[in-house]
Ligand binder design. Sequence first.
Ligand code: FAD
Length: 470
Amino acid sequence: TTAIVLFRRDLRLNDNPALSAAYASHSRVLPLYIHTENEDAPWQLGGASRWWLHHSLRALHEQLRERGGQLHLCKGNTLPSLRDVIEHSGTRAVYWNRRYEPAAIARDTHVKQALREQGIEVHSYSATLWREPWQVQTKQDAPYRVFTPYWRSVRPTLSVVEPLPEPTGVEWADIPGSAPLEAFELLPRIPWYKAFGESWCPGERGAWDMLELFCDDALRDYAAARDRPARHGTSRLSPHLHFGEISPQQIFHALHRHAQRIDTRRRPDIEPYLRELGWREFAYHLLYHFPRTPVESFNPRFADFPWAPDDDALLRRWQQGRTGIPLVDAGMRELWQTGWMHNRVRMVVASLLTKNLRQHWLHGARWFWDTLVDADLANNTLGWQWVAGCGADAAPYFRIFNPVSQAQKFDPDGTYLRRWLPELAQLPNDLLHEPWKDASVAQRTGYLPPMLNLQASRAAALGAYASWHA
Ligand code: FAD
């Protein structure tokens, strides 16, 4: 018999439980991807994610071709598309790995029920998280709202598990009528993404190359270097994790194996890195239990928070990296040019938007959603609400990042600033961090004077917060 394996955010052949289970029970496997434009609304794929998906699907298709198969592509809503493939392939079983976004859960529940009523078997698996969000609970049977106790309860339950190997000897099935990848029209019309390929290689192999690079170059020093935006000090696995080209289980296993090969005195500590993956798990835990948080502040008190009126002109200057505040502009340009931004800088640009400029965090979340290759509903929601002070376990509102002291501390020699702000590259360090100190810099370099006074806007934000909070 033939089984359909529906690929979604699990674009890999190794450690893929749905694929392995389908292969274990059926003689033939039909790999399928359905491109649905609107089923994830209001969080349908952003531009940078579309670029990634295009290349990741191509990579998966190539992997399957090397094994004598191919990825069957359809465009349309999930249920009718699946029914069509089921009918034409004579399949009676569908396998997929779970997704956790609210719209995906609603869709999957509906599809599963409709197919089962039709007599089709549907099997779903956990493939992108260590623990299912509903498996982790406080002693009071409630979801966690604070990271540290969450991680304290989850971490001891995790162990190094041998990931599932890629099934070998699969007989791949297909039916006529696969759409060409180009029919998905994933590549955005504005070709701003042209340079993304210099930073990224979407697909399962690209993920493993990135992991290897991290193990060789950055793992040892991760705890200290992860805050240095100029360094390649983090793993840059976020888009690969988002699209499921690699799993946390595989990463844990690989890091552990790598560390074991090094003698005990020099063995790198992998815990700080696992803890970051723990934040990702926590973000999914929150998204599952509090599904309104992508559009509403987690803390209900923030429903009447006095955000400043929406201001398109101001938002545009922030988006374009033209605020006149070097670290913010460097981050926003890194985002625009590479589809990614360093975590420390994400916090700084988000703080400027939501606090100094007092714009609603959703404006920032939407821009990130469109421009990040790792745009992820769980992590993005958590990140924005954490910085804005309205999330679960958030930084308090009155913690306002100072972009100048952050740059002086984490990019003291200005390497990161010079990389993304070439017009300022010749300035000495003190001026590079505060170019407004010399009025001639703007004239000489064309770099804009700051669009706001950092001290005054900080005081205004704190004042607004104090009178609201009183
Ligand atoms: P590493 O330091 O190598 O971390 C390894 C992995 O752990 C990451 O790939 C990621 O999956 C996870 N991780 C690390 N930090 C966090 C965190 N703070 N929260 C949740 N998971 C984390 N991350 C996204 O994947 N998608 C987003 O859309 C996203 N939006 C963000 C928005 C804001 C405002 C902020 C402050 C953070 C956001 N993050 C987001 C979290 C974090 O910035 C990125 O995960 C990280 O920079 C990715 O780089 P890396 O893979 O090199 O991270």
